[in-house]
Design a protein around this ligand. Structure first.
Ligand SMILES: *Cc1c(COP(=O)(O)O)cnc(C)c1O
Length: 489
């Protein structure tokens, strides 16, 4: 498979614009004129169309097949979202348009905020963070300012050892010391340990619920009391909201802040499919700190409030990823509260169906045969056949499935983390189960097949370290691109 730069031939064009008849030098001062050509590839329109269509079919994506990537909630993204988000009035809107001309857009932002408030049981929402991790760091900066404003020195954030890597990373970036909370033998927060670790130096406990093992924190009320008794903030990493959407509300459980992943729970495409949305919901006492601008409604008019002295300030250019907000708004409007509840019920049902059919073939160390919206297999016991989680994942590619998340959460050895989501049919789940059982048999009977996998994909096993160690990101240089093309598809 050639790179677009390799298809390039001097003089080929994809446009048919007439000559302007204007001498550029008479309009633009010479000092501003480009000295060298841009080195863009020169190709015809059909070549462009075919090149990208070919690339899109090489890639694996949710419109192509099952994508049980644990923690990432790769649900099918309804096409109606795209239709509405690409309406001219949304797509062509300019962030510098006068406020009177974008009342419709502001209404969408305001209403989505109201829906998320209701879903989360929170008092105020900001849609500005553009991903879950961004929501985390914005929230932690708010927590930091909150305690600074009160003259309290709290330098620590508690993070369970099953947490997503973004939790400790965001805490450290916001200037906190990260203290890891070990899980108990059941995979949940150990109440005794939490009680010892929680002190008046701790700003916040970042909790994921259900956690990354797919288990609900049954002692959430105790956890809430422990954190609040010492004056700390209770933060919900809401990436797993799909498990209890419309059934329970973080605010009612005592969470002070929650981030929503619009691109996971609320069906905006992600995983190279588009930008994200990581809005946050907060309780009343944190509202003054929310980033600016804030969308407000006075009478039937919407406006943007940029002057809030108590705010942590701006965290994004303009108003963040507006198209993602439209998609989330459409999704919620279409499903309504009953529909959202069914999303969660079916997500949990699908995960438990997979778990119950696979538990005789694979070791599932936590949860005692039950889970919420996802569960984690350990491939540790396959090591005696020379097989690792990575081999199972690669073999799934050959059998037509995107592999589950591997080697996460870190507390499970040789982890395979499976999240089917609610959008998959029983037929699809059965085909996946068949593939997993087949792989389990191959582990003992023909491990070589697993070691060789994948054989049917555009590229074989990639060197996983090289891309990190030899990052090449000079996008505009044709030569650098050609260097990258040593591998042949
Ligand atoms: C995805 C995820 C995050 C980070 O969210 P992004 O939107 O990818 O930045 C944080 N925590 C958990 C549990 C997640 O699954």
């Amino acid at each position: 498979m050639e790179l677009i730069f390799e298809l390039s031939k001097r003089g080929k064009r994809g446009d048919t614009l007439p000559e302007s008849g204007i001498d550029i030098k008479s309009v633009i001062p010479v000092k501003f004129l480009r000295k060298e050509s841009l080195q863009f590839p020169e190709v015809s329109e059909p070549e462009v169309a075919r090149h990208y269509t070919r690339l899109s079919s090489l890639n694996y994506h949710i419109d192509k097949g099952f994508y049980p990537l644990g923690s990432c909630t790769m649900k099918y993204n309804p096409k109606i979202n795209e239709r509405i988000a690409s309406l001219e009035g949304f797509q062509e809107i300019h962030p510098l348009e006068p406020i009177e001309m974008c009342q419709g857009a502001l209404r969408i932002m305001y209403e989505l905020g109201e829906y998320l408030k209701e879903i989360g049981g929170m008092d105020a929402v900001s849609l500005l963070p553009s991903a879950g991790a961004h929501g985390e760091i914005v929230s932690l900066l708010m927590a930091k300012k909150y305690f600074e404003d009160r003259g309290e020195a709290r330098g620590k954030v508690l993070v369970p050892d099953s947490a997503h890597g973004t939790n400790p990373a965001s805490s450290a970036l916001a200037g906190f010391d990260v203290v890891s909370v070990p899980s108990n033998e059941g995979g949940l927060v150990s109440i005794d340990v939490l009680e010892k670790l929680m002190s008046e130096d701790v700003a916040c406990l970042m909790l994921t619920c259900p956690n990354t093992l797919g288990l609900f924190e049954k002692e959430i009320e105790k956890i809430e009391r422990i954190v609040h008794k010492k004056g700390g903030i209770l933060y919900l990493d809401g990436a797993n909201l799909n498990a209890f959407l419309g059934i329970a509300r973080p605010g009612d459980m005592g969470f002070d802040i929650v981030h929503f992943n619009l691109h996971k729970t609320f069906s905006a495409p992600h995983g190279s499919g588009g930008p994200g949305g990581g809005g946050i919901g907060v309780k009343k006492f944190m509202e003054p700190l929310l980033p600016i601008p804030r969308v407000e409604k006075i009478g039937d008019r919407y406006l943007l409030n940029e002057k809030i002295d108590t705010s942590i300030g701006r965290i994004h250019s303009f108003y963040s990823n507006f198209g993602i907000m439209v998609k989330g708004w459409v999704y919620i409007r279409i499903l309504g509260d009953n529909g959202l509840r069914k999303v969660a019920q079916n997500a949990v049902l699908n995960a438990n169906y997979l778990l119950s059919r696979l538990k005789d073939y694979y070791e599932i160390p936590y949860g005692e045969g039950r889970c919420m919206h996802e569960f984690v297999i350990s491939c540790e016991s396959l090591k005696k056949y020379g097989i690792r989680a990575l081999d199972v994942a690669k073999r799934l590619l050959d059998l037509g499935f995107h592999p589950p998340t591997i080697y996460f959460p870190l507390i499970v050895k040789e982890a395979l983390m499976i999240e089917p989501t609610e959008t998959e049919s029983k037929d699809t789940l059965d085909r996946f189960i068949d593939a997993m059982i087949r792989i389990r048999k191959e582990t003992e009977q023909s491990p070589d097949i697993l070691h060789r996998a994948p054989e049917n994909t555009p590229v074989r096993r990639l060197d996983e370290i090289k891309a990190v160690k030899e990052l090449k990101v000079n996008w505009f240089s044709r030569d650098r691109f050609l260097n990258l093309s040593e591998r042949k598809i």
